[in-house]
Design a protein around this ligand. Structure first.
Ligand SMILES: Cc1cc2nc3c(=O)[nH]c(=O)nc-3n(C[C@H](O)[C@H](O)[C@H](O)COP(=O)(O)O)c2cc1C
Length: 144
């Protein structure tokens, strides 16, 4: 089974989450959407992850969802976001993931994130603000 993890990050929280996901899901293909645009036809299952600014998930992933809406409905898909305010998570998901894709998703989760303008500096804890237990639970659910 071919698994793609496709993500967009600005300050690195989403990338840290992807690294942990990759430890949980063996042999997955990881792509930073800014570096390459994979063909989703090559994959059976897909995880899409992005950071959030001003209530919106990062544009490359938003555009990817828009462009591949029909194909995504035919795949097994999980979505995650990285954001700092848990109270906003439900609304962000509501606003950024179309209802039919949300309905069809295996799992959707926020893994937490860095406080705005306070991303960890070089040498400090890059997992600050990230919920490791949520990444583990997401991976288990996704691979069932
Ligand atoms: C300008 C700016 C706007 C943000 N807006 C939101 C927001 O609307 N809701 C929220 O929960 N977090 C917000 N955040 C926090 C980010 O989602 C958080 O820092 C996350 O770690 C970003 O993901 P990344 O590190 O992968 O880029 C914002 C951060 C910045 C810098």
């Amino acid at each position: 089974m071919a698994v793609l993890v496709l993500y967009a990050t600005k300050t690195g929280a989403t990338e840290q989450c992807v690294k942990i996901l990759a430890e949980e899901i063996s042999n997955c293909t990881i792509c930073n959407i800014e570096m390459e645009k994979p063909n989703i036809k090559d994959f059976d299952r897909i995880i899409l992850g992005a950071g959030v600014r001003d209530g919106k998930i990062y544009k490359p992933i938003r555009d990817f969802i828009k462009k591949n809406h029909t194909e995504l409905l035919e795949k097994r898909v999980g979505y995650f976001i990285c954001n700092e305010k848990p109270k906003e998570t439900e609304e962000i998901i509501e606003r950024n993931i179309p209802a039919d894709l949300k309905e069809a998703a295996i799992c959707i989760e926020s893994f937490g994130g860095y406080k705005a303008y306070a991303a960890p500096k070089e040498g400090s804890d890059k997992l600050k603000g990230i919920f490791l237990d949520k990444i583990k639970a997401f991976s288990e659910q996704f691979m069932k």
